[in-house]
Design a protein around this ligand. Structure first.
Ligand SMILES: Cc1ncc(COP(=O)(O)O)c(C=O)c1O
Length: 383
């Protein structure tokens, strides 16, 4: 049955394999914040987004467990039907208090939140202007929206200005910290341009929240921008906060509108309330435990200094990329690193542009200086 169709799928899989682009998930036996245990062997983990080490923090785990006992395992419904508990509201209030937004809306993932943000806020008279290196969730959202789409050269404000002057009703979409290159746009310059052309700025700060700015308030605050000047912000709980889920934030009107018209919000099961309890604890620790950010930033500086002779991209964030070019080379170096007890991923097209396959190294507050020295020593031998 369906033999032709299945054969077509198999051909696509075979082609991916021939191009060294097949991805297969590994099964983790344990993760303790610094090390992964896979098939009985320990590896120092340089591939996660647990930048502050909160994913295994005992107080967060306790809040999760207490939450499950108190609220049950799941929310049992979409937020506008039966799914919203008091703890969802507490989490929303805590985000507003921390980040200074008028209102937020919770989502089950950053991917869904980005769909809701772009699809709900734009219409066919708009043109979405996206950075060329935007995350897949933003690109897909823009492609599925009714709006027109144009892309500008990565972080290039001159290219953005040229587009702004050509199109009707522009909306600008960018990221606080780019997920594969680890760099950031100059948001202040971008915002000035946006204001000049009456273009709302939409920001995905998945990798900035918790890490940048005072109390980890994120990239906009770190760059001296008032949250209110950004039309809408998305960030998630699965990176620095170590849990999962996401939120969209902005003015009361913008968020009220997404609540009424955002299909990814309305027709989806609300976050498990126990997860909200864990995120609440994570936020509390993120805000008050500056040592986590201090340690992360000293690890970033150490890595960049030690690896200054390697082909690293210019990034001051927890995401560091060593670009090797071909997929084969990136894969073979990442495999060789695994033999030495270091776990990191080779990122290949289509996630990154052709010819820029790379090692994506993510640093965490839990890494020791010796971990980073060992990583750089091995990289130097293998590259
Ligand atoms: C920049 C960016 N936006 C959105 C997402 C999607 O977030 P989530 O993993 O919560 O779906 C990710 C993570 O994969 C990301 O890196």
């Amino acid at each position: 049955m369906y033999a032709d169709r299945v054969a077509r799928l198999q051909r696509a899989l075979d082609e991916r394999a021939t191009q060294q682009l097949l991805r297969t998930p590994v099964t983790l036996e344990r993760y303790n914040g610094r090390q992964l245990i896979i098939a009985g062997k320990g590896y120092i983990n340089f591939s996660g987004n647990d930048y502050l080490g909160l994913a295994t923090e005992p107080q967060v785990l306790q809040a999760f467990a207490d939450g499950a006992r108190h609220y049950g395992a799941g929310s049992t419904g979409s937020p506008l039907v039966t799914g919203q508990h008091g703890v969802h509201q507490q989490l929303s209030d805590s985000l507003c208090d921390w980040l200074g937004f008028e209102r937020v809306l919770l989502f089950s993932s950053g991917f869904a939140a980005n769909q809701a943000m772009l699809l709900t806020l734009s219409d066919k008279a708009d043109t979405l202007l996206l950075d060329k290196l935007s995350h897949a969730s933003l690109i897909d959202a823009a492609l599925h929206s009714d709006a027109n789409l144009k892309r500008f050269v990565h972080n290039d404000v001159a290219a953005l200005e040229a587009l702004l002057s050509q199109v009707q009703r522009p909306m600008v979409v960018t990221e606080g910290v780019f997920s594969m290159d680890g760099d950031s746009p100059d948001l202040a310059v971008m915002l000035t341009l946006c204001q000049q052309f009456n273009a709302p700025l939409l920001l995905d700060d998945a990798h900035g929240l918790g890490v940048s700015g005072p109390e980890g308030m994120g990239t906009a605050t770190a760059q001296g921008i008032k949250q209110a000047d950004v039309f809408c912000t998305m960030a998630n709980f699965g990176k620095a906060l170590g849990v999962g889920g996401a939120f969209i934030a902005g003015s009361k009107t913008v968020i009220d509108y997404i609540e009424q018209f955002g299909r990814h919000y309305i027709y989806s099961t609300a976050l498990p309330p126990a997860l909200c309890a864990a995120v609440l604890k994570s936020i509390e620790l993120c805000r008050k435990e500056d040592w986590r950010r201090d340690k992360l930033h000293s690890n970033i500086t150490l890595f960049r200094n030690l690896a200054s002779d390697l082909p690293q991209l210019d990034s001051q964030s927890a995401i560091q990329a060593v670009v090797l070019g071909s997929s084969e080379r990136a894969l073979s170096v990442s495999q060789a690193l695994k033999h030495t007890g270091i776990w990191l991923s080779a990122i290949r097209p289509p996630t990154v542009p052709q010819g820029s396959a790379r090692l994506r190294i993510t640093l965490s507050a839990h890494h020791t200086e010796q971990d980073i020295q060992q990583l750089v020593q091995q990289l130097r031998q293998l590259i």
